[in-house]
Every structure is written in structure tokens, then in C-alpha cells.
Write a protein that binds this ligand. Structure first.
Ligand SMILES: N[C@@H](CCC(=O)N[C@@H](CS)C(=O)NCC(=O)O)C(=O)O
Length: 202
């Protein structure tokens, strides 16, 4: 199978972390895709042009980090990150959705600052910067919960890839007033799968 990524993409990073956490390196080849450029040959493979993108052994391609992570987790028939049942399952999905919501905002901000300066929108940048501050405040209050402190799960992977995106945006400084979140991030960022997939600095 082939997993298409870019080294700086936090969404692709989730899939790359899953490959490492599940020890699937022998089954999944990682390919760097040429995204965000006119007429990239990657578009013939994946018309949306997005990463992550997993081309399965049967030749079928799949988008969406959450779908790809779930697929990779179940490849060996023994999922390591299944959703808990009952109320805990809803809590896990609630937390994962919160983390993804924060990441989606940061991705908009990241795209904006990637444009030529004269095409950037200060309004969008202000809006996303403010959203990211509110979300970091929320996480500072939620990070002590059992699902964020317990065994690795998709909510933790999503939040850690979100916070790690600060390497790509120097203006996204969430650490100073969020000491608990900062400690939590440092612990999870030390895992080999996170170290190996750390995004290059902008
Ligand atoms: N909802 C998607 C988002 C994927 C996404 O937006 N990826 C970005 C990189 S961070 C991308 O491929 N952008 C290329 C483009 O917009 O053309 C997921 O969770 O996989």
C-alpha cells in the first residue's frame, strides 16, 4: 500500500503516526505528494489533491485522516485504538471532534500565511488566531480528563498533531499561558512515532 503525505501536514501526520504505532512500516510505503501546485501529476492519482491519501492493495484510494487511521488500525485484525463503548465512546468522540475543530481552524490560518503577503487576509488571520486561543484555553481546562491522560487514542493523536502544528506557524504560540497543555504535549511528543513525524519548521 502507499500512503501519500507531505512532511508538514498535520492530517497526514496522524496517518504516519498510526503506521508507526501499528508497526506497519513493512506494508505501507510513504510517498511525498506534490500538493498545491498547478497541474501536479498527483492530481491524476488523487483528484482532490489532498493528503493523506492511502492507495490500498486493491488499488482503491481513500482520503480523510480519520478514515485512514481507522483502516490502518484494523488492518491486522486487532485494533489498538477502538472507541470505548457507551458513554465513554461518546466522550472519546467529543474530544476528538474538539481537537479536529481546532486543527481545521489552524489549517485555514496556515493556508492563509502560505499565500503571497498581498493576497493574505488580516481578517481571516485574526479570526483564526482568536479561535486558536479560545480552543487552547478550553484544552487547558480539559486536559486532565481520563481519556486525555490514559492510553494513546485518536483524541490524543489529533490534539498532539494540532499543537505540533505551531512548528509551521511561528505566530501560533499556545504554550506560554497553557502550562498543563504544554506538559501534556511534551510527554506525548516524546513518543518515537511523534518524534519521527515531527513537521519541519516553517
Ligand atoms: N479533512 C482532511 C483534511 C486534509 C487536508 O486538508 N490536507 C491538506 C494538508 S494539511 C492538503 O492536502 N492540502 C492540499 C490542498 O489543499 O490542495 C483530512 O482529515 O484528511
Amino acid at each position: 500500500m502507499k500512503l501519500y503525505i507531505t512532511p508538514g501536514s498535520p492530517y497526514a501526520r496522524m496517518a504516519r503516526i498510526m503506521v508507526l504505532e501499528k508497526a506497519l512500516e513493512h506494508r505501507i510505503e510513504i510517498e511525498v505528494a506534490a500538493t498545491r501546485r498547478a497541474n501536479s501529476p498527483y492530481y491524476t492519482l488523487n483528484p482532490s489533491g489532498r493528503v493523506p491519501y492511502l492507495v490500498r492493495d486493491d488499488g482503491v484510494g481513500m482520503e480523510e485522516s480519520s478514515l485512514i487511521c481507522d483502516y490502518l488500525d484494523r488492518l491486522d485484525g486487532s485494533p489498538s485504538f477502538p472507541l470505548p463503548t457507551g458513554a465513554q465512546g461518546w466522550e472519546a468522540r467529543r474530544l476528538e471532534a474538539l481537537a479536529r475543530s481546532m486543527l481545521d481552524g489552524l489549517a485555514v490560518w496556515g493556508r492563509e500565511i502560505g499565500r503571497p503577503t498581498n493576497e493574505q487576509s488580516p481578517t481571516i488571520i485574526r479570526h483564526e488566531a482568536a479561535r486558536s486561543e479560545r480552543m487552547a484555553d478550553l484544552w487547558e481546562a480539559q486536559i486532565d480528563g481520563p481519556l486525555m491522560q490514559g492510553a494513546l487514542n485518536m483524541a490524543q493523536i489529533t490534539l498532539a498533531c494540532t499543537l505540533g502544528f505551531s512548528a509551521r506557524n511561528p505566530a501560533y504560540r499556545w504554550r506560554p499561558v497553557h502550562p498543563k497543555l504544554s506538559d501534556w504535549f511534551d510527554r506525548i511528543a516524546a513518543r518515537p512515532s511523534f518524534v519521527a513525524t515531527a513537521p519541519p519548521s516553517a
